[in-house]
Write a protein that binds this ligand. Sequence first.
Ligand code: PLP
Length: 416
Amino acid sequence: METTQSGALDVERIREDFPILQRRVGDDVQVVYLDNAATTQTPEQVIDVFGDYYRGYNANVHRGIHHLSQEASIAYEEAHDRMAEFIGASGGREEMVFTKNTTESINLVAYAWGLNELGSGDRVVLTEMEHHASLVTWQQIAKRTGADVEYIRVDDDGRLDMDHAAELIDEDTEMVSAVHVSNTLGTVNPVADLAELAHDAGAYIFVDGAQAVPTRPVDVEAIDADFYAFSGHKMAGPTGIGGLYGKKEILEDMEPFLYGGDMITKVTYEDATWNELPWKYEAGTPLIAEGIAMAEAADYLDELGMDNIRTHEEQLAEYAYDRLSEFDDIEIYGPEPGPDRGGLVSFNLDSVHAHDLASIMNDSAVAIRAGDHCTQPLHDKLGVAASARASFYVYNTREEIDVLVDAIDDARELFS
Ligand SMILES: Cc1ncc(COP(=O)(O)O)c(C=O)c1O
């Protein structure tokens, strides 16, 4: 497939780093991978780091005094510093807990902080565009503690109603949890403004950065986030690893989430004391190779330049939005292209169910997602059960979006 340069990134060269993009499926057709909001592909550089670990220094961390364990420990611990730096946390490893993914990062705070701190009359404020990872978690913790959950309205343009946010975030509010970039609407939310509202009310803010960290420069200190979560597999890293940033003083105060080995300092038959940060929150043998490889993914993305990645994403989103807007029978969700729209487009084609559409796309080897994208209440609000979603990353091209549009034509013909 021919590729263009976006101006921001040398896409043709970048594609050479991703062997999977050469995969041919079905009738020997090259895959067009447009499902990046679900999981991004992994470059050779990251795969190599993973392999190097198992070939060269596989050992358990923190526990051994032998060479291999020391090497593994240093690499694993330094990976925390690297990820802290990647999202602008000046506290280094003490403010960077490795988890399984964004979902686990949210659950960690919901259990360790929420179960202990929330009570009847307290309020947790979410947005109507939360992913289930945040929505279901806070909903259930609220049920267990007697707290109320309120949702900041999404307006007809797919943006947060900030007047409504200001109304909802009051002195009863203890936690505001907001998605940074919506995985369904593509909206880039004003999380720094939400943080200010939260702090003025004496509440904490948790930011779900699953779609933001891979696609734009993130600075948790500029946002003034109390907590910030992300997943390695959405940022060119491996599956099974993610991160939770937390302000040091809050992480110091909070109870642990999981108990066991490695997270303790002193244990007696009666009691235990907790290890220093961040190990207090990493019970048991952690995801060592995954953590080290995630830090390599951060290096890879920084090499491309996070500003360039954001520009590339915005350009592809605008191109896809414009191409899909040519058709009266396509409804697109989320804001118009611009700085507050990330690199994904969710849409529906009249009278064709999103699953059928994705299935026809698959015949042309175009990989998109169909469903509710873990935002069922938002889809209910939009009045649809499902939508199709094309999402872009550093290796995607305009030509691939043209293939997508041609495949939509095929679907239109088939169902007309
Ligand atoms: C906005 C958002 N939050 C949370 C998640 C959950 O991520 P994970 O499955 O890696 O925990 C996703 C994944 O799609 C997401 O897009």
